[in-house]
Design a protein around this ligand. Structure first.
Ligand SMILES: N[C@@H](CCC(=O)N[C@@H](CS)C(=O)NCC(=O)O)C(=O)O
Length: 287
């Protein structure tokens, strides 16, 4: 569980916050899964929007809360928890109803969510090319600002995660965007995960059997991003496609991924241009 120590936190005001606070962004996949869980559990929480498009996450205030510069962040009575899957586990313990981890399966859930997190940069690469219109290389001074801001420690130790984030954006800059090879790599990385999920649905309506769990919520968000980016989920994994459509029909899920119509229109125009040039996701990945 990544709970920050007071010395990791430079924005000291959060140590005095009472109740449940979520620092998040509407269009962030990790924020969306956290909000779905808060909603399903009926938790009262205070919202702090961190605008990723305006790069508020790289400002001193937010970097002083999460030295990784990433959303979401949960603050509960002055305790600061980062990493969305750790936030989900924390919420599960604090608000056990409705249960979203089947009895006796907490370790298995933790391992499955770690595997989900391992795919996050693959998902981000796909989204930068096919989901977010206009995502691309960032100015060099932004990386420098990110490198310099915040305490640089997590749990009191120098944090290696910042280098991973810097490497992701250095790669985007070096390729002037997301290369075909990076897309193929991402789809290759996703393949065994999708096969595993498809297999799980042979045993019940949800990924861990009879009832909805944190794994369904996390994988719903990934699936939404993949389907919207042009991945043929329903054709390649029919059970997963039907499972996704079932969750997407539920208001508690759908409202968290809803996007402003102008953004949807921009993405559709971008994808139409990509298709016309033979650069759609399915074509690039050879699906
Ligand atoms: N492993 C982290 C990943 C968090 C993450 O990458 N968050 C994205 C939004 S989904 C973000 O804050 N990106 C900001 C950026 O790349 O500048 C978690 O699960 O919380």
């Amino acid at each position: 569980m990544v709970m920050l120590k007071p010395e990791d936190i430079l924005t000291k005001e959060v140590l005095d916050w009472e109740g449940i606070h979520l620092l998040h962004f509407a269009g962030s996949s990790c924020s969306q899964k956290t909000r779905i869980v808060l909603g399903l559990k009926g938790v009262d929480w205070v919202s702090h929007e961190v605008d990723l498009v305006a790069q508020e996450n790289y400002g001193d205030w937010f970097m002083g809360i999460n030295p990784r510069g990433l959303v979401p962040v949960l603050v509960h009575d002055g305790r600061v928890i980062i990493e969305s899957n750790d936030i989900l586990a924390y919420l599960e313990e604090l608000f056990p109803e409705p249960a979203l981890v089947p009895p006796g399966r907490a370790d298995e859930m933790a391992a499955l969510l770690r595997a989900e997190d391992d795919l996050h940069l693959d998902l981000r690469a796909i989204c930068f090319r096919y989901f977010f219109p206009g995502a691309g290389p960032r100015p060099a001074e932004q990386a420098a600002r990110y490198e310099a801001a915040g305490s640089g420690t997590v749990g009191g130790e120098p944090d290696p995660r910042k280098a991973v984030e810097l490497a992701f954006y250095a790669d985007v800059a070096a390729n002037d965007g997301i290369s075909d090879a990076r897309i193929r790599q991402a789809i290759e990385d996703f393949a065994p995960a999708f096969d595993d999920l498809e297999g799980r649905l042979a045993d019940g309506p949800y990924l861990l059997g009879a009832s909805l769990s944190l794994l369904d919520i996390a994988c719903y968000i990934y699936s939404y991003r993949m389907v919207t980016s042009g991945y043929p989920l329903r054709e390649r994994h029919p059970r997963l496609g039907a499972w996704f459509d079932g969750l997407h029909a539920r208001e508690e899920f759908r409202r968290e991924v809803a996007e402003p119509p102008p953004l949807v229109a921009m993405r559709e125009a971008m994808q139409a241009r990509q298709r016309a040039q033979g650069g759609a996701l399915a074509e690039v990945a050879g699906l």
